[in-house]
Design a binder for this molecule. Structure first.
Ligand code: ADP
Ligand code: MG
Length: 239
């Protein structure tokens, strides 16, 4: 499942506003890079571009050296999980996950089996036949993760997936992310504005500020050798 992801000098302007400025960033196969930055710094825009939901004004996204320009979103092998799960309300949990596997080209039978396997991975197999309306927020996000994984994506993009959960539930999700990395080893970009989350989950942190990467390095390096005051402020403090 793991692939090399490269953003090569990505810029994005909306009208007069340059929201991303020559972003270059590499994620190694099976690596997890956290993209940390204040609200409005351009994090979601960068993920949307990688997922094919938006186009860069200039620059390229490459997966295993293949330029994704012009490749439709559903053919990219890139799955995006949002802050809100957005499950189909009329489908059961397992059918939500199986639908995603079907869209990725699996047969009806295989898609159901895969869906159950992914629900087991996120520890929700016992709720497979529940309606999404009867799930808690944490359970919904676990289904959203299973649904993304059911596409067997080359790249997993997570856009603040845990930010609406309380801190105890977040710790459960972190442990689950550890299981997913150990079992499937996808290449991950995790967007967050929570420095603790970035430190716990990622191998390296890229700090985004007003559409520019201020610093990208191993978690410890950003803590102990921040390149600028702005980086220090984002990573500083006691937690
Ligand atoms: P973040 O996810 O870091 O909070 P976003 O990538 O959502 O930031 O947004 C970065 C900036 O780009 C914001 O100022 C936002 O208003 C602007 N922006 C995002 N999408 C659009 C769009 N479709 N049209 C105009 N401006 C946009
Ligand atoms: Mg965002």
């Amino acid at each position: 499942m793991s692939s090399h992801l490269e953003f090569r000098s990505i810029s994005r302007t909306f009208g007069d506003a340059e929201v991303l400025h020559q972003i270059s960033l590499t994620v190694q196969p099976s690596g997890c890079v956290a993209l940390l930055g204040a609200s409005g710094s351009g994090k979601s825009t960068l993920l949307r571009i990688a997922a094919g939901l938006d186009e860069p004004s200039s620059g390229e996204v490459l997966v295993d050296g293949e330029n994704l320009a012009g490749i439709p979103s559903e053919q990219r092998g890139v799955a995006l999980v949002f802050q809100k799960a957005l499950l189909f309300p009329h489908l059961s949990v397992v059918d939500n996950v199986a639908f995603s596997a079907r869209m990725a080209g699996q047969s009806r039978k295989a898609s159901r089996e895969h869906a159950m396997a992914y629900l087991e991975l996120v520890k929700l197999a016992d709720l497979a036949h529940r309606s999404p309306g009867k799930l808690s927020g944490g359970q919904e996000q676990r289904v959203a993760l299973a649904r993304a994984l059911a596409r067997t994506p080359r790249i997993l993009l997570l856009d603040e997936p845990f930010s609406s959960l309380d801190s105890g539930l977040r710790d459960t999700m972190y442990s689950l992310m550890g299981d997913i990395r150990a079992e499937l080893a996808p290449t991950i970009v995790l967007v967050t504005h929570d420095r603790r989350e970035a430190s716990v989950l990622a191998d390296s942190i890229a700090v985004l500020d007003s559409g520019r990467i201020l610093q990208h390095g191993p978690v410890a390096q950003l803590h102990y050798q921040p390149a600028t005051l702005a980086v220090n402020r984002l990573l500083g403090g006691l937690n």
